[in-house]
Design a protein. Structure first.
Length: 391
């Protein structure tokens, strides 16, 4: 539903605001680039930092007028909702503990929310946000950006089409090495908040990257996670959240899986990988080589399917921009989530249902991610006991 008094959204960029993402914030710049790639958004306002001075400075860096840059997200939500040319959507790129209070202020004023993952820092906040989002006239989009990669869409379609048959095994992993040393003790901002349970939540690697691995596995397989057994470690002395997790998974219907997330694995940068095996074949995809999908029909040689190449279908083609052989990756995949959100926002404004091909992670997907972290922590405290998700 369009905000009363706003002009028609068709035929022009969606007016976008941002909370967080100021100077020295990595993910804010990524969101801004992603929002611009397909021309669907124009950044017009923001509360970029927790202090007014830093927020104003960041706004000037981005060429925004001072009167559209705020020192407080609540002030921003109230004023932008009153402006005829106010924002129609807001990107939330703050540390995890701020996702719920920020989203609440914009959702209750009918402003669409595009929020970074994980959904919230706590399961209690996740449940409250689900309730709020599902009652709001505004859309809620979660930026699990890896679901926007063309060959991930290809894999999802092949699973749905029955190419691998009945799924038996799912293996997801996301190792990194950037927190193998105590960077939080050096004052590095990105490390500091991610290892602070008051800001990140109870999960470390499980929340930061494990939720990505799980979301990817569920998105492609179409399975529902029912319970898990997790062994979490904090290998870096003094670290208050996990930096490595080994998790066994049981899915509704009988499929089994494993998930490994680590931020202390030397030699790994962003090595997100997914393998799915059914009774008719298997699929393999790696984020660091994202334009390739390996498919092995049972008893036959492995087949390489390339983005926009022979064998790639419409599910991949609709989120691709360039011919095969020209790499597309992280920023383009992120942009696909923003573009899918734009399609959904425009459909909502027109009182229409989006094309069924439009797919984006939802608040419910976010709830599953936070429940996964919660279950991992509870399981590990009980010596990796099997634990059901508290959804």
């Amino acid at each position: 539903m369009a905000i009363e008094g706003r002009d028609d959204i068709a035929g022009r960029p969606i007016r976008l605001g941002m909370v967080g993402g100021g100077r020295d914030a990595f993910i804010g710049a990524v969101h801004r680039i992603a929002s611009r790639i397909d021309g669907h958004y124009q950044l017009v306002a923001g509360a970029f930092s927790s202090t007014a001075e830093k927020s104003k400075a960041s706004g000037r860096d981005l060429g925004l007028p001072d009167d559209r840059v705020y020192g407080d997200f609540t002030e921003m939500a109230k004023r932008e909702a009153r402006l005829k040319q106010g924002i129609e959507a807001v990107a939330i790129v703050t540390p995890n503990h701020m996702h719920y209070p920020v989203a609440r202020e914009f959702l209750k004023r009918g402003i669409h929310v595009i929020c970074d993952k994980p959904l919230t820092a706590t399961l209690a906040d996740a449940r409250k946000l689900v309730n709020l989002a599902e009652k709001s006239d505004a859309l809620f989009v979660l930026t699990h950006n890896y679901t926007g990669y063309p060959m991930v869409r290809q894999a999802r379609q092949m699973v749905a089409d029955g190419d691998v048959g009945t799924i038996r095994l799912v293996q997801a992993e996301y190792p990194q090495d950037w927190l193998a040393e105590p960077l939080e003790a050096t004052g590095m901002k990105q490390a500091a908040w991610r290892t602070d349970p008051d800001k990140s939540g109870a999960g470390g690697s499980t929340g930061d990257i494990g939720t990505h691995a799980l979301n990817l596995a569920l998105f492609v397989s179409g399975l529902e996670l029912s319970e898990l057994a997790a062994d979490l470690d904090s290998f870096v002395p003094g670290r208050r959240v996990d930096d490595n997790a080994h998790v066994m998974l049981r899915f509704a219907g009988g499929a089994k899986g494993t998930l490994w997330s680590s931020q202390v694995a030397p030699g790994n940068e962003n090595a997100l990988r997914l393998r799915i095996y059914g009774d008719k074949g298997g699929l393999e995809w790696s984020q660091e080589d994202p334009n390739y999908l390996w498919f092995t029909p049972l008893g036959e040689p492995k087949r390489l399917i390339t983005r926009n190449g022979a064998g790639a279908g419409e599910a991949a083609g609709r989120v691709s921009r360039v011919p095969p052989g020209h790499p597309e990756g992280y920023l383009e995949g992120f942009a696909n989530i923003y573009t899918e959100a734009a399609h959904a926002i425009r459909a909502r404004a027109a009182g229409e249902t989006p094309d069924p091909a439009v797919i984006h992670p939802t608040v419910r997907d976010g709830l599953v991610g936070v429940a996964f972290v919660d279950a991992c922590v509870r399981s590990s405290r009980r010596n990796a006991a099997w634990t059901k998700l508290a959804i």
